[in-house]
Design a protein around this ligand. Structure first.
Ligand SMILES: Nc1ncnc2c1ncn2[C@@H]1O[C@H](COP(=O)(O)OP(=O)(O)OP(=O)(O)O)[C@@H](O)[C@H]1O
Ligand SMILES: [Mg+2]
Length: 371
């Protein structure tokens, strides 16, 4: 989905505001729906952000290198996508459900929330919580962003000020900053990467966008497209109220993983990688039995079942939540609940730098915005 310049009207902004919460400066975990949630980066008060450099202009989000209290972070900014996707004429409850499950910001919140609740946050590039930009911060970042035009000369900028934007903040996910020059994808660690992905699937997260560019320092960094169980499309199907199977299936990630390896080999990557989850017709050795098994379904179509690969759809998320509630209720759990998060300076080590000049911008924008 390509983000076009938003055609947001005050009415749509109204409706989104009715549907979802924007708790700036409060200790509210998001999203406000069943399943995992992400904590605010700063539960109380204002987060002062120094904009260092824009990293990309992505499909759904913009990544910035920022500095907060002297520590570098990657801040991934999400605007609201095209209103056609939001179906603004639908009842507000349906719109709420859709936004909470399908909007890229909430998808990241839910995936990181799950990884944190099961203690797997170190398997991926670490997330420190969400922020909601103030109108002033939004203005600053808009002025500093480089301008992108689509083929019709239309501006592609999901963060551009628009009707209603003062009421709908740009939302950001604060992540550990991974230094440039780090090896992002190491072909010699392919089995480890695959095992990590298997573990992520085993806790009910389908990443859905497995590619080399989404690895940083050997860890996954991008959860824009992730489905985290309970996911509305899967729940509806499991309850028998949906007319079709979910559009992403339980084997999506291992197949995308294989496609990533194919791309590596085809692009001349060395060493060439032979490992595959599902045996390919081109890359296999006669003695390699592969992992894939084909089973006939009642309908006659073969279904791929991967030996040893977990079924993310059947993850028991209620059991995890119950266990967490119990821990919180126990004396030890209550004691831990009162433990303050570590100080920012302790969270990310080596990237600290002395505070720079008073100005917010540490480095000039790459391409000046046209007036
Ligand atoms: N934590 C990080 N530290 C350093 N760089 C990062 C970090 N997170 C993301 N980046 C850089 O930003 C790019 C885009 O990040 P990400 O994949 O999360 O966003 P996206 O919206 O999916 O963008 P794209 O469509 O370009 O993949 C990454 O490929 C990487 O170069
Ligand atoms: Mg990406």
């Amino acid at each position: 989905m390509r983000i076009k310049n938003l055609l947001m009207s005050e009415e749509v902004a109204d409706k989104i505001q009715q549907a979802v919460e924007f708790p700036r400066g409060k200790d509210v975990w998001l999203p406000d729906c069943e399943g995992p949630k992400l904590q605010p980066f700063r539960p109380f008060g204002h987060t002062a952000i120094e904009w260092v450099r824009q990293i990309n202009e992505g499909r759904q989000a913009f990544v910035w290198k920022v500095r907060i209290d002297g520590v570098f972070y990657a801040l991934k900014l999400h605007g609201f996508p095209h209103i056609g996707w939001l179906r603004p004429s639908a009842p507000v409850e349906r719109m709420r459900e859709k936004i909470h499950h399908e909007d890229s910001f909430y998808r990241e919140c839910r995936a990181y929330g799950r990884l944190q609740e099961v203690g797997l946050e170190d398997l991926v590039v670490r997330c420190h919580g969400y922020v909601l930009l103030t109108p002033q911060q939004e203005k600053e970042v808009h002025e500093l962003s480089y301008e992108e035009l689509d083929s019709d000369g239309e501006e592609l900028d999901p963060l551009k000020p628009r009707p209603g934007s003062d009421r709908l903040p740009v939302r950001g996910i604060v992540k550990e900053w991974v230094e440039e020059g780090t090896v992002h994808f190491d072909p010699r660690k392919i089995r480890q990467l695959n095992n990590d992905l298997k573990t992520i699937n085993s806790v009910g997260i389908i990443v859905h966008d497995i590619k080399e560019l989404n690895y940083m320092g050997g860890k996954l960094v991008d959860f824009n497209d992730a489905w985290t169980i309970p996911y509305h499309e899967v729940t509806a199907w499991q309850k028998g109220v949906a007319y079709r199977e979910p559009s992403v299936d339980r084997m999506t990630d291992p197949s995308f993983f294989d496609a990533m390896i194919d791309a590596w080999n085809e692009n001349g990557g060395r060493p060439r990688i032979w490992f595959r989850n599902i045996r390919s017709l081109e890359y296999y050795r006669p003695d390699d039995k592969g992992m894939a098994r084909l089973r006939k379904r009642a309908s006659g179509t073969p279904k791929i079942v991967l030996k040893g690969w977990p079924d993310p759809f059947s993850y028991d998320w209620k059991a995890t939540q119950k266990a967490r509630q119990k821990t919180r209720a126990s004396p030890a759990g209550r004691a831990n609940a009162g433990v303050k998060p570590r100080r920012q300076s302790e969270r990310v080590g080596p990237q600290q730098e002395p505070r720079a000049t008073k100005g917010k911008v540490l480095q000039q924008k790459t391409r000046p915005r046209k007036k």
